[in-house]
Design a protein around this ligand. Structure first.
Ligand code: HEM
Length: 427
């Protein structure tokens, strides 16, 4: 390690925690002091943190065989054998099964559905009402992912699944369990069971619809669920993949949409330019840049969590086998050695022709286990944002927002905006 973590540094980190009201503050302090390799000095929880292009390349590509995804933690408890957390051949098999419906060539087929689901949520807004775009984005993202991957319209079921989904997200979010592994965690059993029951119903409905019936006599959706069934996976394994995709595929998009509204609300000049461009052009380059810059400043998945299987060396030190290690997407994206004016919202940095060094922009991870839904998530953000901006005005109510480390990095307490329907819009 380049520099030891001293008591003064500990105090500076604590001050940053209170000033920023987020653990990201102390992380930045430690990174500034210790460089791109350090160990978090919390008794009972001493993970290593690495960041920057070289470390990212090692963890994600060149030395990825030395790290494992599967951990003994609530994420593994919940997702069991979901593609996100299994390793080796088992992972590759599930991944192959799930890639086709998420292939970029499939994305145009989802556009109309994405707009329809956005309209359903927006149709509930009253003119002049203040709504929380964190909550509204979650509804939109949930409707879209369930329809796209499982051909399931969850609109009428939102009251039934909303609370269980929020509890599932809370269950896997960082908390006291990180330090006190055996701390009781009451209040989860029932909602998690209800979520399982919901997913098992979807699976058995589909089995009933398709099994023993020739494909000519029944409409067989060509979706992700059908790929899993046709491959002969058991109901339990299908449940694991569905829950993984449902959570990973909507909580991230929720955060991306909500952070983008927050950033636009804080930068009215860019917001106005964006609205003008979205009205004038079918494909707005500025919208792409805004989404990219939102993912840079507030990457929904701000760290990658790994267990080290074999000692791995970094510039600055090494991580022993058995240790827990994070590669920090957030710190990579805020590194002043890589990014000019790293903390500023500057979408133009992604303007056409400008290049970022490889592995320095990693909102979707990288290498063979990069996000399976990266293209889908970005297309969704483009479609939903363009549609909403063309039909509504969003006035930020100017309240304080802090990044909360839940399952994703979330804008808390939400993004409250006053909504007005636009009268003359380009259709
Ligand atoms: C803005 C949206 C999204 C962001 C920022 C995001 C981010 C990420 C990141 C950083 C990883 C790698 C994590 C690691 O290295 O530990 C990842 C993996 C993954 N993501 Fe996403 N994601 C997004 C959308 C989606 C969507 C829409 C889906 C599903 C349709 C999805 C499903 C997954 C899955 C299954 C993995 C694990 C892949 C594997 O291990 O092979 N994500 N995502």
């Amino acid at each position: 390690m380049k520099k030891p973590i001293t008591p003064q540094l500990g105090r500076a980190a604590l001050r940053a925690l209170f000033a920023e009201r987020s653990p990201l503050g102390p992380l930045k302090v430690m990174a500034k002091h210790a460089g791109r390799f350090f160990q978090i000095p919390i008794p009972g929880f001493r993970p290593y943190v690495v960041f920057g292009p070289e470390a990212n390349r090692k963890v994600l590509v060149t030395e990825r065989d030395k790290v494992l995804w599967r951990n003994t933690d609530p994420v593994t408890d919940l997702l069991r054998r979901g593609v996100l957390i299994v390793d080796g051949e088992e992972h590759d098999r599930y991944r192959r099964l799930m890639e086709p419906p998420l292939h970029p060539s499939q994305l145009p087929a989802y556009t109309e559905m994405m707009i329809r689901q956005t309209d359903r949520v927006a149709s509930q807004w009253r003119d002049g009402q203040v709504v929380d775009m964190l909550v509204e984005s979650r509804k939109i993202a949930l409707l879209i992912i369930m329809q796209a991957l499982f051909s399931k319209d969850v609109w009428d079921d939102l009251p039934r699944i909303w609370h269980p989904i929020l509890k599932a997200i809370e269950y896997i979010s960082p908390g006291a369990w990180i330090i006190w592994r055996k701390i009781p965690r009451p209040g989860f059993r029932k909602p998690l069971r209800e979520l399982d029951e919901y997913l098992f119903e979807i699976i058995s409905d589909r089995r009933r619809l398709t099994i023993d019936r020739p494909s000519s006599t029944v409409h067989r959706p060509n979706d992700l669920l059908q790929h899993l069934l046709d491959a002969g996976l058991t109901d339990n394994l299908i449940r694991d993949q569905m829950l993984t995709m449902m959570i990973a595929g909507h909580d991230t998009s929720t955060a991306l949409l909500a952070w983008t509204f927050s950033l636009l609300g804080h930068h009215p000049d860019i917001f106005h330019r964006l609205i003008e461009e979205v009205d004038a052009l079918e494909k707005s380059p500025l919208l792409d840049q805004v989404i990219k810059e939102s993912l840079r400043l507030y990457p929904p998945i701000h760290i990658g969590n790994r267990r080290v299987a074999e000692e791995i060396h970094f510039d600055g030190g090494s991580v022993p086998a058995g240790a827990r290690m994070f590669y920090s997407i957030y710190l990579t994206h805020r590194d002043p050695e890589i990014w000019e004016d790293a903390d500023s919202f500057c979408p133009e940095r992604f303007a056409h022709g400008r290049k970022t060094p490889p592995m320095s922009y990693v909102p979707f991870g990288g290498g063979p286990r990069a996000c399976i839904g990266a293209a889908f998530g970005q297309a969704e953000a483009r479609v939903v944002l363009a549609h909403l901006l063309r039909h509504y005005t969003f006035e930020f109510t100017n309240h304080k927002i802090i990044p909360h480390m839940g399952a994703t990095l979330e804008p808390r307490p939400g993004v409250r905006m006053k909504i007005t329907k636009r009268i003359s819009v380009v259709e």
